[in-house]
Design a protein around this ligand. Structure first.
Ligand code: WTA
Length: 665
């Protein structure tokens, strides 16, 4: 590898090679196909010829109090409506109907705590807990249509809280536990949440971090936020503000047992989930009841070849992200799955804990992110090798492109060369998987998400005119509405149209990813083309991080870029100019990192901080991030003639070279 060449470049080369030479192609293993639910490739053509009919057939998987009148209402694009006139309840679909069918004793989750605590929660248990908490929410005055925030880690109450909201028609707004309290405040404010459900403290690799205390420190007086409900999980000290704060266990104990499910319209919102976009203000992605659950249930069944009565399924994402919403909670529960829910980190109490749990619960399906696989590779195969992984029959990945090397390791070391791998491409916005192999049908190629699922129409188009590219690189778009698509951005309809439907017109959903199609029509997703950075599969906007850095006292100006990183896919590099004549010091770096942790969350901290006297700007004052990316990754600089002051780049280049020289010596 040439000096300065980055992991990303290497991955891209790997992808290109694999695509061009088509060296490795993995047919679905015969043993797997023998038992697979879907094995006939005709499903693609059938779904294509009547895609609305296909989605209607998938909606039949659910229980409807009243059937829909119309499958798709496309009278006001891009504001599509699915299954209009239909009535259903998500918690009823996830719980009651399974209990009524005699599956009350089936384990919904084998919950495993960080310190080895274990709890098997059955469908009947979960229904009982959800009804009581739903009543407790009602007792507090929470009504259908109210927004309820949820901020906690991977404990059973997080699932109970989501389903209790769904039961009464409240719209949940989960904030990932790794976000700072300040981010929670912002999201509660934007969504005008009426209540927040949180926790006393959270497990952090053997320590307990306060959560409620941190929330109190920043929450102040939000006019709309009437209640904070606190789960007692770790016994952490917390102050309870009279009139606002209540203990979860106390209100649940006082609540009635039975709570009938609210009959919701198919198009009623189920949840809001904030995600990063091109600007500093996060986007409130809105998902609805009927369409979202249809997508979640259908894709979970088909992509993971689910056999609900025999499988033990484990998605090790966090519920705070869309992957957790769709593939820990809603898809699996709608399908009466037995799952594993693990509270802790993959390297605590030891680096083999995931594999220990696979062995312990005999997991059959395992779904994780490429960044986690790369960490496991670094830790060494001796950790998984200590455990019996023979129960596994299917593996999945999500969140970022997987480099073929990591794919092959996963296939060999974890999958014992017998498990198909589903590389699933999707987004918070799509609600459910869009491009992925069907494991009993699709031949896989390491690094490619293969092809769109039945009913989905994806294309790679050229950047300027949006013309389809059959073979080669361009921008990824989706051409048809699908049931689990976002309906809008919360209270920002115009922004919704602007962000997703302006570039190529109202009938083309602009994804924001670059992708390549190979000679077999396979899709190879490359990464974001907007100012979104993907750190360990976590979406962040450069603008968001910039505003957190600039809020630090000594900082004058900042430009943030995503730089390739061997472990985390991308890492954040911040170019910073300081106020007055201060020089950059390690202390200021610490201050900047601490500021970002406080304003966004620890995972958003810049890995690399480069102090500069000035930043490259166009004559109109726009920072040229492209040049910063080039220089940070050691590439030849592109055109600098449009810069107001081209000498800025020479100074920066010198600085970075000196830095590199210092590192090497
Ligand atoms: C990226 C996560 C390549 C992509 C579910 C997308 C992927 C963004 C893949 C969405 C994949 C997700 N291969 N890239 N299999 N899956 N991405 O909203 O850039 O957190 O646009 O949803 O992650 O991230 P989000």
């Amino acid at each position: 590898m040439a000096q300065g060449q980055t992991a990303r470049d290497e991955n891209e080369l790997e992808h290109e090679l694999a695509a061009m030479l088509d060296i490795e192609r993995f047919e679905p293993p015969a043993e797997f196909v023998k038992h697979a639910n879907l094995t006939d490739p005709a499903i693609y053509e059938q779904a294509d010829s009547d895609w609305q009919g296909w989605w209607a057939s998938q909606a039949e998987r659910l229980h409807w109090f009243k059937r829909w009148d119309q499958v798709l209402d496309d009278s006001n694009p891009p504001f599509y409506k699915w299954f209009t006139g239909g009535k259903l309840n998500v918690s009823y679909n996830c719980l009651d109907r399974h209990v009524e069918a005699g599956l009350g004793d089936r384990v919904a989750y084998h919950w495993h705590g960080e310190e080895g605590e274990e709890l098997d929660i059955t469908y009947a248990d979960l229904l009982d807990r959800v009804q009581r908490f739903a009543n407790a929410l009602k007792d507090l005055g929470i009504e259908k249509g109210d927004v309820v925030g949820i901020y906690m880690g991977m404990i059973p109450e997080v699932v109970v809280s989501m389903l209790a909201c769904a039961r009464i028609g409240a719209i949940h707004n989960v904030v990932f536990g790794g976000f700072s309290a300040e981010s929670v405040r912002e999201r509660m404010e934007f969504s005008q949440a009426k209540a927040l459900i949180t926790v006393d403290g959270a497990a952090r690799k053997g320590n307990v971090a306060p959560v409620k205390q941190n929330v109190d420190a920043v929450m102040g007086d939000l006019e709309h936020l009437k209640h904070i409900i606190v789960v007692r999980s770790k016994g952490t000290e917390c102050e309870m503000k009279a009139g606002r704060d209540v203990w979860y266990h106390e209100i649940v104990a006082a609540a009635a047992e039975v709570c009938p499910p609210e009959e919701m319209d198919a198009e009623d919102p189920l949840f809001i989930l904030y995600t990063s976009g091109s600007t500093a203000k996060p986007k409130g992605i809105v998902h609805t009841t009927g369409g979202y659950l249809t997508g979640a249930s259908s894709t979970h069944q088909n992509v993971f070849d689910l056999h609900a009565d025999t499988d033990t399924y484990w998605c090790c994402a966090d519920v705070g992200w869309i992957t957790g919403h769709t593939y820990i909670v809603y898809g699996p529960l709608a399908n009466a799955t037995t799952g594993i829910m693990y509270e802790g980190a993959p390297d605590y109490p030891h680096r083999g804990i995931w594999w220990e749990l696979v062995e312990r619960y005999k997991a059959t399906i395992f779904y994780t992110a490429p960044t986690a696989i790369r960490a496991c590779i670094k830790w060494g195969a001796e950790h998984p090798d200590r455990f019996d992984l023979s129960s596994l029959r299917l593996l999945g990945t999500v969140g970022e492109p997987i480099n073929p090397k990591a794919w092959l390791w996963y296939h060999k070391v974890i999958g014992g060369e017998r498990c198909p791998i589903v590389d699933t491409w999707w987004q918070t916005e799509t609600g459910a998987i869009m491009i992925s192999p069907l494991p009993g049908i699709t031949a896989t190629k390491p690094g490619s998400a293969t092809r769109p699922l039945p009913g989905v129409l994806a294309e790679v188009v050229d950047e300027h005119e949006g013309k389809p590219i059959d073979q080669g690189q361009g921008l990824l778009v989706l051409k048809r509405p699908w049931p689990s698509m976002l309906r809008t951005l919360y209270k920002e309809d115009d922004r919704f149209v602007q962000v997703y439907f302006k570039k190529f017109g109202i009938d083309t959903y602009f994804v924001g990813d670059a992708a390549r199609r190979d000679k077999d029509g396979y899709f190879w997703v490359i990464g974001r083309v907007d100012d979104v950075v993907n750190v360990s599969g976590h979406r962040l906007s450069t603008a968001e991080v910039e505003s957190a850095v600039v809020a630090c006292e000594s900082v004058a100006e900042c430009a943030v870029i995503g730089q390739s990183d061997e472990l985390t896919g991308q890492a954040i590099t911040a170019f910073v100019t300081l106020q007055g004549t201060i020089d950059g010091t390690p202390e200021i770096e610490d201050e900047i990192r601490a500021g970002v942790a406080e304003r966004i969350g620890k995972f958003a901290r810049p890995k690399r901080i480069i102090f500069a006297d000035d930043l490259p700007k166009t004559r109109s004052g726009k920072i040229m991030r492209r040049l910063l990316r080039d220089i940070a990754e050691g590439r030849a600089l592109g055109d600098v003639t449009t810069l107001r002051d081209p000498s800025v780049m020479a100074v920066l280049e010198e600085k970075i070279q000196a830095e590199q020289a210092a590192e090497e010596s």
